[in-house]
Ligand binder design. Sequence first.
Ligand SMILES: [Zn+2]
Length: 219
Amino acid sequence: MNKKAVVVFSGGQDSTTCLFWALKNFDEVIAVTFNYNQRHKLEIECAKNIAKELNVEHHVLDMELLNQLAPNALTRNDIEITKGEDGELPSTFVEGRNLLFLSFAGVLAKVKGAKHIITGVCETDFSGYPDCRDVFIKSLNVTLNLAMNYDFVIHTPLMWIDKAETWKMADEFGKLDFIRKKTLTCYNGIIGDGCGECPSCILRKNGLNKYLKSKDAFK
Ligand SMILES: [Zn+2]
Protein backbone atom coordinates (compact mmCIF):
# COMPACT_ATOMS: atom_id res chain seq x y z
CA MET A 1 0.00 0.00 0.00
CA ASN A 2 1.18 3.49 -0.89
CA LYS A 3 1.92 5.30 2.36
CA LYS A 4 2.94 8.65 1.02
CA ALA A 5 0.74 11.70 1.44
CA VAL A 6 0.52 15.34 0.43
CA VAL A 7 -1.14 17.72 2.90
CA VAL A 8 -2.67 21.01 1.78
CA PHE A 9 -1.17 23.18 4.48
CA SER A 10 -1.77 26.84 5.30
CA GLY A 11 -0.19 27.05 8.75
CA GLY A 12 -3.59 27.48 10.38
CA GLN A 13 -5.25 25.39 13.08
CA ASP A 14 -7.16 23.04 10.77
CA SER A 15 -4.43 22.22 8.31
CA THR A 16 -1.82 21.87 11.07
CA THR A 17 -4.11 19.38 12.81
CA CYS A 18 -4.36 17.57 9.46
CA LEU A 19 -0.58 17.59 9.17
CA PHE A 20 -0.29 15.82 12.54
CA TRP A 21 -3.05 13.42 11.45
CA ALA A 22 -1.06 12.65 8.31
CA LEU A 23 2.20 12.17 10.23
CA LYS A 24 0.39 9.63 12.37
CA ASN A 25 -1.17 7.75 9.45
CA PHE A 26 1.47 7.83 6.72
CA ASP A 27 5.14 6.95 6.43
CA GLU A 28 6.05 9.91 4.33
CA VAL A 29 4.38 13.31 4.39
CA ILE A 30 4.82 16.32 2.13
CA ALA A 31 3.20 19.68 2.89
CA VAL A 32 2.14 22.15 0.21
CA THR A 33 1.30 25.80 0.84
CA PHE A 34 -0.23 28.14 -1.72
CA ASN A 35 0.95 31.71 -1.86
CA TYR A 36 -1.86 33.84 -3.29
CA ASN A 37 -0.95 37.20 -1.85
CA GLN A 38 -2.71 36.62 1.44
CA ARG A 39 -3.23 39.74 3.51
CA HIS A 40 -0.61 38.42 5.84
CA LYS A 41 2.63 37.14 4.45
CA LEU A 42 3.15 35.91 7.99
CA GLU A 43 0.86 32.99 7.11
CA ILE A 44 3.48 31.65 4.72
CA GLU A 45 6.26 32.18 7.29
CA CYS A 46 4.18 30.42 9.87
CA ALA A 47 3.65 27.42 7.57
CA LYS A 48 7.38 27.32 6.74
CA ASN A 49 8.37 27.37 10.40
CA ILE A 50 5.97 24.59 11.36
CA ALA A 51 7.07 22.36 8.48
CA LYS A 52 10.71 22.95 9.38
CA GLU A 53 10.14 22.18 13.04
CA LEU A 54 8.32 18.96 12.16
CA ASN A 55 10.97 18.07 9.59
CA VAL A 56 8.39 17.80 6.81
CA GLU A 57 9.24 18.37 3.14
CA HIS A 58 7.50 21.63 2.27
CA HIS A 59 6.61 23.26 -1.04
CA VAL A 60 5.32 26.81 -1.40
CA LEU A 61 3.57 27.26 -4.74
CA ASP A 62 2.91 30.61 -6.29
CA MET A 63 -0.83 31.10 -6.87
CA GLU A 64 -0.88 34.85 -7.16
CA LEU A 65 -3.01 34.55 -10.28
CA LEU A 66 -5.92 33.73 -7.98
CA ASN A 67 -5.96 37.35 -6.93
CA GLN A 68 -6.18 38.46 -10.54
CA LEU A 69 -9.27 36.32 -10.98
CA ALA A 70 -11.01 36.81 -7.68
CA PRO A 71 -10.02 39.77 -5.51
CA ASN A 72 -11.38 39.25 -2.01
CA ALA A 73 -10.99 40.28 1.61
CA LEU A 74 -8.17 37.82 2.28
CA THR A 75 -5.96 39.20 -0.44
CA ARG A 76 -6.94 42.84 -0.62
CA ASN A 77 -6.63 45.40 2.13
CA ASP A 78 -9.32 47.61 0.65
CA ILE A 79 -12.03 44.97 1.01
CA GLU A 80 -13.53 44.71 4.47
CA ILE A 81 -13.98 41.33 6.16
CA THR A 82 -17.69 40.75 6.51
CA LYS A 83 -19.51 37.74 7.74
CA GLY A 84 -22.02 36.90 4.98
CA GLU A 85 -25.63 36.93 6.10
CA ASP A 86 -28.73 35.09 4.88
CA GLY A 87 -27.01 32.69 2.56
CA GLU A 88 -24.62 35.35 1.28
CA LEU A 89 -20.98 34.28 1.15
CA PRO A 90 -18.56 36.05 3.50
CA SER A 91 -16.09 38.47 1.91
CA THR A 92 -13.24 36.10 2.76
CA PHE A 93 -14.53 33.63 0.19
CA VAL A 94 -12.18 32.91 -2.69
CA GLU A 95 -14.15 31.49 -5.59
CA GLY A 96 -12.94 28.02 -6.58
CA ARG A 97 -10.01 28.05 -4.17
CA ASN A 98 -10.24 24.45 -3.01
CA LEU A 99 -10.84 23.20 -6.52
CA LEU A 100 -7.62 24.88 -7.66
CA PHE A 101 -5.54 24.05 -4.58
CA LEU A 102 -6.53 20.39 -4.56
CA SER A 103 -5.91 20.06 -8.29
CA PHE A 104 -2.41 21.49 -7.93
CA ALA A 105 -1.83 19.33 -4.85
CA GLY A 106 -2.85 16.38 -7.02
CA VAL A 107 -0.29 17.22 -9.68
CA LEU A 108 2.41 17.55 -7.02
CA ALA A 109 1.31 14.29 -5.38
CA LYS A 110 1.57 12.38 -8.64
CA VAL A 111 4.99 13.88 -9.43
CA LYS A 112 6.12 12.85 -5.94
CA GLY A 113 4.62 9.38 -6.21
CA ALA A 114 2.08 9.99 -3.44
CA LYS A 115 -1.46 8.60 -3.67
CA HIS A 116 -2.96 10.33 -0.67
CA ILE A 117 -4.07 13.95 -0.48
CA ILE A 118 -5.18 15.46 2.82
CA THR A 119 -7.23 18.61 3.23
CA GLY A 120 -8.77 20.26 6.28
CA VAL A 121 -12.06 21.22 4.63
CA CYS A 122 -15.09 20.90 6.86
CA GLU A 123 -18.85 20.94 6.38
CA THR A 124 -19.65 21.35 10.05
CA ASP A 125 -18.75 25.00 10.42
CA PHE A 126 -20.18 25.42 6.96
CA SER A 127 -19.95 29.04 5.86
CA GLY A 128 -21.52 28.30 2.51
CA TYR A 129 -18.28 27.55 0.65
CA PRO A 130 -19.46 25.12 -2.04
CA ASP A 131 -16.01 23.59 -2.53
CA CYS A 132 -15.77 22.59 1.14
CA ARG A 133 -18.65 20.16 0.75
CA ASP A 134 -18.08 16.42 1.00
CA VAL A 135 -19.94 15.86 -2.27
CA PHE A 136 -17.50 18.19 -4.03
CA ILE A 137 -14.45 16.42 -2.58
CA LYS A 138 -15.79 13.03 -3.71
CA SER A 139 -16.52 14.39 -7.16
CA LEU A 140 -13.06 15.95 -7.44
CA ASN A 141 -11.46 12.70 -6.31
CA VAL A 142 -13.05 10.92 -9.27
CA THR A 143 -12.07 13.75 -11.60
CA LEU A 144 -8.42 13.78 -10.49
CA ASN A 145 -8.22 10.01 -10.88
CA LEU A 146 -9.54 10.28 -14.43
CA ALA A 147 -7.46 13.35 -15.25
CA MET A 148 -4.19 11.69 -14.30
CA ASN A 149 -5.10 8.02 -14.60
CA TYR A 150 -4.01 7.46 -11.01
CA ASP A 151 -5.65 6.17 -7.82
CA PHE A 152 -5.68 9.20 -5.57
CA VAL A 153 -7.48 9.07 -2.24
CA ILE A 154 -8.51 12.43 -0.82
CA HIS A 155 -8.78 12.37 2.97
CA THR A 156 -10.78 14.94 4.94
CA PRO A 157 -10.23 14.18 8.64
CA LEU A 158 -12.13 17.27 9.77
CA MET A 159 -15.12 17.02 7.42
CA TRP A 160 -17.73 16.08 10.03
CA ILE A 161 -16.30 17.48 13.23
CA ASP A 162 -16.62 20.95 14.76
CA LYS A 163 -13.90 23.26 16.08
CA ALA A 164 -14.12 21.82 19.61
CA GLU A 165 -13.55 18.32 18.21
CA THR A 166 -10.66 19.61 16.10
CA TRP A 167 -9.03 20.84 19.31
CA LYS A 168 -9.78 17.44 20.85
CA MET A 169 -7.99 15.73 17.97
CA ALA A 170 -4.95 17.99 18.47
CA ASP A 171 -4.98 17.16 22.17
CA GLU A 172 -5.12 13.44 21.44
CA PHE A 173 -1.96 13.86 19.36
CA GLY A 174 -0.42 15.69 22.34
CA LYS A 175 -0.24 18.82 20.16
CA LEU A 176 -2.84 21.16 21.60
CA ASP A 177 -0.31 23.67 22.90
CA PHE A 178 1.75 23.44 19.73
CA ILE A 179 -1.28 24.27 17.59
CA ARG A 180 -2.55 26.91 19.98
CA LYS A 181 0.75 28.79 20.01
CA LYS A 182 2.24 28.26 16.57
CA THR A 183 -0.61 28.39 14.09
CA LEU A 184 -2.16 31.44 12.50
CA THR A 185 -5.87 31.67 11.71
CA CYS A 186 -6.55 35.28 12.69
CA TYR A 187 -7.71 37.59 9.88
CA ASN A 188 -5.71 40.35 11.51
CA GLY A 189 -2.51 38.33 11.24
CA ILE A 190 -1.86 37.71 14.93
CA ILE A 191 -0.32 34.33 15.63
CA GLY A 192 -1.60 31.95 18.32
CA ASP A 193 -4.74 33.08 20.15
CA GLY A 194 -5.00 35.98 17.68
CA CYS A 195 -6.87 39.27 18.00
CA GLY A 196 -9.82 37.51 19.62
CA GLU A 197 -12.30 39.60 17.69
CA CYS A 198 -12.36 38.64 14.02
CA PRO A 199 -14.80 35.89 12.86
CA SER A 200 -11.95 33.38 12.60
CA CYS A 201 -10.65 34.07 16.12
CA ILE A 202 -14.16 33.86 17.56
CA LEU A 203 -14.76 30.48 15.94
CA ARG A 204 -11.39 29.20 17.14
CA LYS A 205 -11.81 30.57 20.68
CA ASN A 206 -15.37 29.26 21.09
CA GLY A 207 -14.23 25.82 19.96
CA LEU A 208 -11.30 25.82 22.35
CA ASN A 209 -13.44 26.94 25.29
CA LYS A 210 -16.06 24.33 24.50
CA TYR A 211 -13.43 21.61 24.33
CA LEU A 212 -11.60 22.65 27.50
CA LYS A 213 -14.92 22.83 29.36
CA SER A 214 -15.94 19.35 28.26
CA LYS A 215 -12.50 18.06 29.23
CA ASP A 216 -12.85 19.61 32.69
CA ALA A 217 -16.24 17.99 33.11
CA PHE A 218 -14.62 14.54 32.83
CA LYS A 219 -11.88 15.19 35.35
ZN1 LIG B 1 -8.40 37.57 14.81
